[in-house]
Write a protein that binds this ligand. Structure first.
Ligand code: MV4
Length: 587
């Protein structure tokens, strides 16, 4: 495509980095990944054409480090930067820094990001565009008198919201007069503490709305298209669990009005690129109110793609390169549902449950899409979001999509961590979901997951420790010393005790040596047995080579850990063994 863009750096990790890499690769772009030390072997790193280390595991020192990422942008020669979602996606300073470096920012302008980032200026923009809004203030409220005046004019409940909040952060619901003063005071204090901006505003609070969001996409030539809505009401604690499109029961006239309103808001912000306009839909099913605009590609963009056939990330890249939208209004074909598969224990109040994916197998088939950034053996780290995968199903109608969803949820195999899959199956079994008759607090108010079985995770394999090594290589005749990371050569100690990953592992010759002179000797790495020097029953001396294990084209001598006798010999030449497999027992 795109003459001006030949490469793109993806300033993100996990499934969204993978998602963007796929789109960019299909456009023929060179893909440049970044990774923290924890993500050295991540799927997104492997899939990209090149990858750059940007720092230690904490996001603040890697994925949020604007300076370091801009450095990599420059060193790698990336023409464009795609931020994904989360991290720096809605950071106007980062967008500005990318543009100041002379690169293309794959997203809306820093001005549009800032306008929508401040929820008060966003409300003003929507008001100017003539879009319906919940009754509320268009300026920060600074005194309790103003809040009290609003309450007597509009009644309770009301919401006090942080101007710099959004997505449910910094939202306080006030249901009675006597809660007003404490709520107002703490709202301002919390807004200052969390967002560095004490400004708050007020709205009438709707108790049982649906959360409907409109996907829009606009190019730099004045064209904008509404690509349908998504119902994201199945959530808890502002974490979405299930999204679907079209919204169940939404009539075409209301859908069209929501689409017009969303495009009007986008134009009011001179918005270019993909964006989402959030609305609350009242329980009459037709009254809707502007809430916020998200200036990024969202997690749940996938369901819109499933019913429109449009690759939104490719369109983002094309638009950023200055191209015109390649399509017009595109009505939904069929129905799509997304299930967020998180490493959380639903039976324990959705407590995060990071760990290693001992086994990971995705469902497949017609109308099934799984977006993930993991494979068997990957770790879900407590440093980052614990989403493992997005299961997205499509059907010709909602019933078919639901049946497909149930089949795929049941077929998804994830061992090693608890997941939200059992909770999804419970939700799918409720009349409210089946009838499409649910609202934003449905899961929190009506559902209880404590009875769900918490599969006590099987014993996790020892965390593999990598050590830094170096090697000299020649590239085009020039000598370089390169660093690389490889598993520490070690073997578990006899008696089932595992060496602490922090402790310096024993040397290979001593592997398996136990205090009492007996030892279970295990494979220090995966490989093939090429030779066994002695038969079972033979006496052996400590340090004597017994088995030759070939791994990575190198032969490794496995030695007797102690004087004694081979009381059990478990392998013969030709066997392949996994790391940790028992080779022999010496007594
Ligand atoms: C509201 C509301 C009811 N009335 N504002 C929460 C997320 C943030 N985007 C705004 N939120 C809400 N704002 C008024 N005036 C209810 C919510 C809300 C909500 C919105 C979307 C999805 C889930 C939600 C869960 C609880 C409350």
């Amino acid at each position: 495509m795109i003459s001006s863009v030949k490469s793109v750096l993806i300033a993100n990790r996990g499934e969204i980095a993978v998602r963007v890499i796929r789109a960019a690769a299909e456009l023929g772009l060179r893909t440049i990944a970044v990774y923290s030390e924890l993500d050295r072997d991540a799927v997104h790193v492997e899939l990209a054409d090149e990858a750059w280390n940007i720092g230690p595991p904490p996001a603040a020192e890697s994925y949020l480090d604007i300076e370091r990422i801009i450095e990599v942008v420059q060193e790698s020669g990336a023409d464009a930067v795609h931020p994904g979602y989360g991290f720096l996606a809605e950071n106007a300073d980062f967008a500005r820094a990318v543009m100041d470096a002379g690169r293309i920012w794959v997203g809306p302008s820093p001005e549009a990001i800032a306008l929508m980032g401040d929820k008060i200026s966003a409300r003003r923009a929507a008001e100017a565009a003539g879009v319906p809004m919940v009754p509320g203030t268009l300026d920060p409220v600074t005194s309790l008198d103003e809040v009290a005046a609003f309450a007597s004019a509009n009644g309770f409940p009301l919401a006090i919201k942080a101007a710099a909040g959004g997505g449910g952060r910094g939202l306080k619901v006030v249901r009675a007069e006597d809660e007003l003063e404490p709520a107002f005071e703490s709202a301002g204090r919390e807004a200052q503490a969390w967002f560095g901006n004490p400004e708050v505003y007020i709205e009438r609070y709707l108790d049982r709305p649906r959360h409907i969001e409109a996907q829009v996409i606009l190019d730099g030539h004045g064209n904008g298209v509404f690509l349908g809505e998504r119902d994201c009401s199945i959530q808890r604690r502002h974490q979405k669990l299930i999204e679907e499109t079209p919204a169940p029961g939404l009539d075409d006239a209301t859908r069209a009005k929501i689409g017009e309103a969303a495009i009007a808001v986008a134009h009011a912000a001179d918005y270019v690129n993909a964006g989402t306009v959030e609305f609350l839909l009242d329980d009459d099913g037709t009254s809707f109110y502007f809430l916020e605009m998200n200036t990024r590609i969202q997690v749940e963009h996938t369901i819109t793609e499933m019913v429109t056939g449009i690759d939104l990330v490719k369109e983002q890249l094309r638009i950023a390169a200055g191209e015109k939208l390649s399509f017009g209004p595109t009505p939904a074909n069929g129905h799509a549902i997304e299930f967020r598969i998180n490493a959380e224990d639903a039976s324990n109040n959705f407590l995060p449950n990071p760990g290693d994916l001992v086994e990971y197998r995705e469902p497949a088939g017609l109308g099934v899409r799984v977006d993930s950034g993991v494979r068997s053996g990957s770790s879900i780290s407590q440093y980052y979001d614990n989403m493992i995968a997005k299961l997205v199903v499509w059907g010709r109608d909602r019933d078919e999509a639901m049946a497909r969803g149930r089949r795929c949820l049941s077929a998804f195999v994830i061992r090693g961590v608890e997941t939200t899959i059992p909770a999804h199956l419970e939700i799918m079994a409720t009349d409210a979901f089946v009838d499409g008759d649910y609202y934003t607090r449905y899961v929190e108010e009506q559902m209880d997951f404590t009875h769900l079985e918490s599969h006590t995770a099987p014993a996790l394999p020892e965390e593999e420790e990598n050590e830094e090594r170096s090697m000299t290589v020649e590239v085009g005749g020039r000598r370089y010393t390169v660093k690389f990371w490889a598993p520490v050569m070690s073997a578990p100690v006899a008696g089932g005790a595992r060496p602490s990953p922090r402790r310096r592992p024993p040397k290979l010759e001593r592997s398996g040596a136990a205090a009492d002179g007996a030892g279970v000797v295990t494979a220090p790495m995966q490989g093939t047995i090429v030779k066994v020097h002695k038969p079972a029953g033979s006496p052996v001396e400590a340090g004597e080579p017994i088995i030759v294990l070939e791994a990575m084209k190198m032969e490794n001598e496995i030695k007797a850990p102690a004087d004694g006798e081979i009381v059990d010999l478990r392998v013969q030449p030709g066997d392949t063994v996994a790391v940790g497999a028992v080779l022999m027992v010496i007594k």
